[in-house]
Structures are given as C-alpha cells and as structure tokens.
Design a protein around this ligand. Sequence first.
Ligand code: ADP
Ligand code: MG
Length: 472
Amino acid sequence: MVVGLEVHVQLRTKAKIFAPEAVTFGERPNSFVSWVSLGYPGTLPVLNRACVEAAIRLALALECEVASEFFFSRKNYFYPDLPKGYQITQEAAPLARHGHILLRLPDGSRHRVGIERIQLEEDTGKSLHDQDPFDTLLDYNRAGIGLVEIVSEPDIRTPQQAMAYLAHIRRLVRFLGISDGNMEEGSLRCDANISVRPLSQKEFGTRVEIKNLNSISALGKALEYEYRRQVSLLEAGQRIERETRTWDGSQTVPLREKETADDYRYFPEPDLPPIRITAEWLAELQASLPELPDKLFDRLISEYGLSVEDAVLLTEDRPYADYFAALTDVGVKPKVAASWINGPIRAYLNEAAVSMEEFPLPPAQLAKLIQLVEDRRVSLSAAREKIFPYLVQHPTESPEEVAQKMDLFLLQDDGQLEAWIAEVLAENPDKVETYRKGKVGLLGFFVGQVVRRSGGKADPREVQRRLAEKLA
Ligand code: ADP
Ligand code: MG
C-alpha cells in the first residue's frame, strides 16, 4: 500500500482570508457573506495577515522551508458553491515545502512522513442536498474562510500510519490554536491518494483519490477497503483507473474521473501582489510557537519521570497539557498532577460527556484539594470519591470548607488511633497469629477493622503503616 494524504485545515481567524466577514460555524445560512465572497464584479480580495501567520506557524511546526516570497493562483472551474468561477489558491509558488512528521505509532515505533508542500487557499460555500425535497440549497457562510492545505509525500504504508498522521496534524493545529481541528464539523478534512504495488516493484502504481473521509477511523477503513479492491483487480489481471472515489461509510464508490491540472487553467492571481516574508517576520513567528506536543511528550518523560501512558494522554490535546502545567505551576508534583488528570478528571469528562476545555474546576481549586491530601488531612479516597465530585458541581466553594462540611477530616489524634489498633489486635488473636505465620494478606482485614471503628476518620495509609510495624 502506498498512500499520500491531502489535509485541509480551516483557519479560525476572526475574518475570512480575502473578505471582512466573520469566520463562523452553524450560523443562519448566508448571514456572513459579503460581495467579495459572492464574487460580485468589481470587488477585490484583500489578504488577511492573520491567515498567512497561522499558515507559517503551522509550516514551521512541520519543519518546512518557508518561501521568502509566494503568490496566489486562480484555479478555474464552475460549481455553484464557488460563485467567482475560480478558487484563489496556490500552485507554482506554495508558501512552504519539504517538511516532515515523525509519527509515533501505537506499538512504540517511529515512522517518518515527508511533507511535500503547504499552501494557503480559500474555502468554498456549502451545498445542502438534504434541506429541500427538490433543490440543492447553498450556504455561503463558509465561502472564503482561510484554508491551509498540507500535501504529504507518498510515504505512508499502512492505515495505522495514515491515522496517526492525521491525528498528529489535528493535535498540532489545536496546540497552535489555529483551528479547532473538528472533523465532524469539517474544520479538518482529508483526502487520501492510494495505490498498490507488488512487494518486488519499485515504481508506484496508479493512484485513486478518496474523498469525504470525515473521521480518523473512516480514513483507516477506507484505505483498508480500497487496498483490497485494488489488489483484487490487479490479481484478476485488470488495470486500476485513475479516478476520484468517495467513501460512503462501508465502501469506496466512483465519484468522477480525475481532472488534470490543465483542466483548471491555473494562472497567477492578478488581484493580489506577491507576498514577501522577511527574515525578521519569520523569526518573530518562530518565537511565537508554543511548546509542541512532541517536545512536551519527551520532556514529561525525561524531566518529570512520567510514564509513557501518562505522557500520551497529557499531550493528546492542548487543554490537558495546559491544565497539567497550571497544576504543576502552583506546586503540585508532576506525577500527582498526572494521576488526577488521567484518573478522576477523565472519568468525570467521560461520564458527563464534556471536553477538557469545559471542565469546570479551576486548577487552583483542585490544587487546594490535593494539598489537603498531601497534608494527610483528608484521605485520597475521600478526596477522589466525595470531595472532588462535589467540587466539580460547586467549583467556587473552598475545598477545605467542603471537607469540613462533609465531615471528612482525618483523625489527627494519635492516642485514639493507637487505642483502636490495640483493640482490633486484641480481639483477633488467631488472625494475628496466622498473619505472623506468613499470611500477610490479612493486613487489609486489620486496616478495615480499624478504619471502621474510627467511623472512616482514620487515614488508611497511616493505619496500614502502623499495623505493619506492630505486626512485624
Ligand atoms: P492532485 O492535484 O492530483 O490532488 P496533489 O499533488 O495535490 O495532486 O496531491 C497528490 C497526493 O498524492 C500527494 O499526497 C502525493 O503524496 C500522493 N501520491 C502521488 N503519487 C501517488 C501514488 N502513486 N500512490 C499514492 N499516493 C500518491
Ligand atoms: Mg490536490
């Protein structure tokens, strides 16, 4: 299998790339359109600097060579979602070239995928085929939103690598804050080019392009399907046709014959001057990059000693990394911070079906609760199971007062604790003997007895420590 991906990232800038109206999603159709986006005669595009900067930052994060000068081209074709009759895109002089991604695969191995080029262009309007029984309706709110197209080299060899590549780009655009990367809403879109060849063959086979892959798993399934289809055609002695197909959820079906570049009559956009990128501007943008997820991943392991599993989870999305940083900034130990985020917080998010961005409890509040545990004033289980769920619902209340109100402060009276331990041991002489003969599993039984006697006020860790000492 040989695969190259074309990924489109919709830029979350305030305004569109060549027109002043806002970038929106899910608003009333055609309420964010200007004469420019509708292609009225006499209107002229004005380039939005923020789109260029977002694209350059992404290019830098993908280790590309950024051009010192680039220009736009017109790609001419007729379709109702494109009222101008041409798309402003790039062809001969793309913004950036020759980058790469070093994929981290689920089995721990790495795989390098080259980036052929990165270009800036405008989005089209949206055809709505399912709103009216007879007609296709058009919504131009999307027309003219800035897009970055990332074209990979044909370096991908398995569906797993393709999925990891797409997940990598989604994570990256979110870390950079240039797009929400939401595939369901179309802010991240992917077309896959796939061909097959016998293992012994050097030259690539004829490629087929698959469109409408609207999730990472759809990409994996479509490649698997298309690979089998192409292999069985070749094995039956037939040829692969160069064509564009679409994924319908269970198979790839023909969409159209592939157009060639000649059909589009590309030529340089006369309404926009070439753009020069100075070394100072580039350096400024380079300096504005946040710590990228791969670098953070390595640092979480080497500097903080976190496990690979914890590091994977914390770098999965920007809000997790930000929350982790906020906790450690106020002094929470990295391992403790990771265990809270990847434990109770994730469990809560799953259950409540909300994203980390919407998690209501501010890190400073959680840090106070964690401090109560560190100071042995409440037990870890009380903090996780009782105080934490309450605080999530009442995020402004003080963790200390909540612990007080719920009567969860641990007993600080040593004498009382010693007395309960003595009682439990005195009441169970046979079990004490069995324990001393080697049945150390009984320790849990003794701890349970003491904690019960305390009405849950004794710190189980402390009780266990003392019991182990006494029974030794
Ligand atoms: P087009 O204009 O036809 O879409 P692009 O240059 O935009 O062409 O994209 C071509 C994509 O197809 C790239 O991602 C490239 O890596 C990939 N590709 C090129 N040749 C092959 C091949 N033989 N098999 C699979 N993918 C290929
Ligand atoms: Mg293309």
